[in-house]
Design a protein around this ligand. Structure first.
Ligand code: CTP
Length: 401
């Protein structure tokens, strides 16, 4: 999945011959799962029609402050457009528009959006070779750089003038790739290795029966997805779960029992920076597993259980640099019980779930948690989708690290 997937991209198109390539750029962004909104200057319309760009982006294209053809003219709200955007890309960016951006000019909708935008701004210059090298253009680039705007270097090649040199707008695929790489580099969990456990464990009684629980794995899978989208390399060790995930940064390992989960977790723990154990591991397992299916010969049956190894506690004992997060599912004295687990298991953070809370618990798409840190400070959150809960947990970890 591309890092651009689900992102809102405001694409500013200005008036140069490369404007026709904006159509390919829109397609590239859409293919990667982004929502694209185009704003264009009047001059850009000489090179590519708004109809082309609105058809490809599936959104109306804006170029003026109002919709002039309409008697009930409505304001095209540049502030709303700019705040909607996760990133603003000006491509092609002419010398004229770049200079105006550098100097705060605001005589069209695109520039008003630029001045209102709070998101990362990328620009892909397109001009003739001498314009590109001119001290005034070089000063413009420097100024935009000082504002934090990101330049996508022009390419070398044949120019509209017939001359050969540097100044061609980078190709649409190269622009999209540049932005993807830049965003990946800046992700807050980039370079971190996260180990996550999820789902239930099944403890065999005989070849057909087991002791299990209602955990669906949704919470752990959500944490894995959000962590990977924040740039982390994730090892997700899950018990039996119908959940699936395909992400280039996530390795999924499927196990069945608590003992298998214990072994897999220990295999990866040394090398991880953060471990989040959200699995609902069985606390007890049958002391003897029958090799054959148990027949119902007796009127009653007593199953002898023995304790499983506590994976979380075992990590607390050996952890060095790792940030260790446990989950606590409680039904009474929730906060007190959770606090005592932090110390007992040597955790950095505990995520408390209460089965008494509406919207929290197994198999639901929502959860309600309270985070408790080593200072016993509690951070309660409202009921929300599990992916948002995952984001809250990871945001808290990011703030602490
Ligand atoms: N856990 C674990 N290994 C086990 C049991 C639990 O790693 N054998 C982890 C879970 O993944 C969770 C945390 O321990 O992160 C808390 O589990 P919970 O059942 O709430 O608490 P316990 O420590 O088992 O204590 P109790 O059952 O007495 O409440």
């Amino acid at each position: 999945m591309s890092v651009l997937s689900g992102k809102n991209i405001l694409l500013g198109v200005t008036g140069g011959i490369a404007a026709y390539k904006a159509a390919f750029l829109v397609r590239e962004f859409v293919k990667k799962g982004a929502n694209v909104q185009v704003v264009m200057t009047e001059a850009a319309k000489e090179f590519v029609t708004p109809l082309t760009l609105s058809t490809l982006s599936k959104n109306e294209v804006y170029s003026s402050f109002t919709n002039e053809e309409d008697d009930n003219a409505q304001w095209n709200n540049h502030v709303a457009l700019a705040l909607w955007a996760d990133l603003f890309v000006v491509a092609p960016a002419t010398a004229n528009t770049l200079s105006k951006m550098a100097h705060g000019a605001c005589d069209n909708l695109l520039l008003a959006c630029y001045l209102s935008a709070k998101c990362p701004i990328y620009f892909a210059p397109a001009m003739d070779l001498d314009m590109y090298k001119h001290p005034s253009t070089v000063a413009t680039f420097k100024k935009l750089h000082s504002f934090g705007n990101i330049k996508i270097e022009a390419a070398y090649g044949e120019l509209a003038s017939g001359l050969l040199g540097k100044g061609r707008m980078a190709e649409p695929e190269a622009i999209a790739e540049f932005i993807e790489n830049d965003m990946l580099e800046k992700l807050p969990l980039k370079g971190r290795k996260i180990l996550i456990t999820a789902g239930p464990t099944y403890e065999a009684i005989d070849p057909v029966r087991f002791i299990g629980n209602h955990s669906s794995g949704k919470m752990g899978f959500s944490i894995a997805k959000v962590a990977a989208n924040l740039g982390a390399k994730v090892t997700l060790i899950t018990g039996p779960s119908s959940q699936n995930i395909a992400h280039s940064l996530i390795d999924v390992l499927r196990v069945t029992s608590a003992a298998e989960m214990y072994d897999s977790v220990h295999q990866f723990f040394n090398d991880c920076d953060i471990a989040i154990l959200s699995a609902a591991v069985a606390d007890y397992r049958p002391a003897n597993v029958s090799g054959q299916k148990i027949k119902k010969n007796e009127s009653e049956m007593i199953l002898k259980l023995e304790k499983t190894l506590d994976i979380l506690a075992s990590l607390g004992k050996i952890k060095e640099k790792q940030y260790l997060v446990g989950f606590a599912l409680e039904t009474e004295n929730e906060v007190e019980n959770a606090k005592s687990k932090i110390e007992k298991k040597n955790l950095d953070l505990i995520v408390l779930n209460s089965l008494n809370d509406k919207g929290a618990g197994f198999a639901l798409d929502t959860n309600k948690v309270t985070l408790i840190d080593t200072n016993n400070k509690a951070y309660p959150f409202s009921v929300k989708p599990k992916e948002d809960v995952a984001r809250d947990i990871l945001d808290h970890i990011l703030k602490t690290l």
